[in-house]
Unconditional design. Structure first.
Ligand code: FES
Length: 106
């Protein structure tokens, strides 16, 4: 059985809440963390279409993100392309401890 991926520190929850979207490279992976209503969610940072930074996009309805380049929309919780069914983004588990966001990247 493979080892479970460790939790990796992403950054302050307050920064994510203030900005709404924050992108970073952690463990060599491009990750974006978003405030989706009360939840904090993590997704791959680069759009699978042509590689735009999704953290330059827009979160709406507390559950979806719109790519800034061509407007593809992805579900923040499932990664499913909502107006682009051929596309999908990775989602990662998150947890918050003492005001710090951690992401589990497999
Ligand atoms: S690069 Fe994101 S929709 Fe085209």
């Amino acid at each position: 059985m493979p080892d479970e991926a460790p939790w990796t520190l992403f950054g302050p929850e307050s920064e994510v809440r203030q900005k709404g979207l924050v992108g970073r490279t952690i463990n060599g992976r491009e990750v974006a963390v978003a405030a989706a209503g009360e939840r904090i969610v993590a997704i791959q940072r680069r759009c699978p279409h042509e590689g735009a930074n999704l953290d330059d996009g827009q979160v709406f309805a507390a559950k979806a993100i719109k790519c800034p380049l061509h407007g593809f929309i992805f579900d923040l919780f499932t990664g499913k392309g909502l107006n682009c069914p051929a596309f999908h983004i990775a989602t990662y588990q998150t947890k918050i401890e003492n005001g710090v966001v951690y992401v589990k990247i497999d």
